[in-house]
Design a protein around this ligand. Structure first.
Ligand SMILES: Cc1cc2nc3c(=O)[nH]c(=O)nc-3n(C[C@H](O)[C@H](O)[C@H](O)COP(=O)(O)O)c2cc1C
Length: 169
């Protein structure tokens, strides 16, 4: 069962979580829901609040929903769910209902008008605070630009405040 904990009580190594196990961003806009895998993410403090930064390419269906939603969640799963996490990162919600097909269960987070996955080990509930798109001219190193650029378009970044953390006991 997922229980609320303080951001200071997160036991996992955040670099391992995002870089090795990957996260699943869940987002809801009106009645549409979607989830996609991320392996880029920054975690820490910003404007004296615990915060995250995620990077979502404008071609993602998730991007469309994220533009119109106030909150999103980042869901981390234990290793046994790796195939499902990969699925969320290889198929688009534009083509199929990934949430239904994944067989995972969702929990509605009514206070935040968003949702998370019941099977997740750790959930960060985030409130969007700031967003922008990377600009080609501001990259200091060409290799980073090359890494960011996909079909001529750069990623959009979203800074969010971590408003609640849920952890599996
Ligand atoms: C391991 C992994 C990590 C990924 N990380 C990101 C990421 O950080 N940002 C991003 O925009 N796309 C990332 N992707 C690609 C999206 O998850 C993928 O394009 C997905 O199908 C988009 O789904 P959607 O169209 O339903 O939003 C990643 C994919 C995988 C497999």
């Amino acid at each position: 069962m997922l229980k609320k904990i303080s951001v200071h009580d997160i036991k996992e190594n955040i670099f391992e979580l995002i870089g090795e196990r990957w996260g699943v961003v869940a987002v809801k806009s009106n009645d549409e829901k979607n989830a996609m895998t991320i392996s880029w993410g920054l975690f820490g403090y910003i404007w004296n609040k615990p915060g995250v930064e995620i990077f979502i390419h404008p071609y993602r269906y998730t991007h469309k929903l994220l533009e119109n939603s106030e909150y999103f969640t980042i869901n981390f799963f234990s290793a046994e769910y790796k195939d499902k996490v990969m699925y969320f990162g290889t198929v688009s919600g534009e083509d199929e209902n990934k949430i239904e097909k994944s067989g995972l269960s969702t929990i509605e987070l009514e206070n935040y008008n968003t949702f998370c996955f019941e099977e997740a080990k750790l959930v960060l509930i985030c409130k969007k605070l700031y967003m922008d798109t990377f600009k080609k001219d501001l990259f200091l190193y060409k290799e980073d630009y090359m890494e960011d650029e996909e079909l001529g378009i750069l990623h959009k970044f979203y800074i969010g405040e971590i408003v609640e953390v849920l952890s599996r006991e």
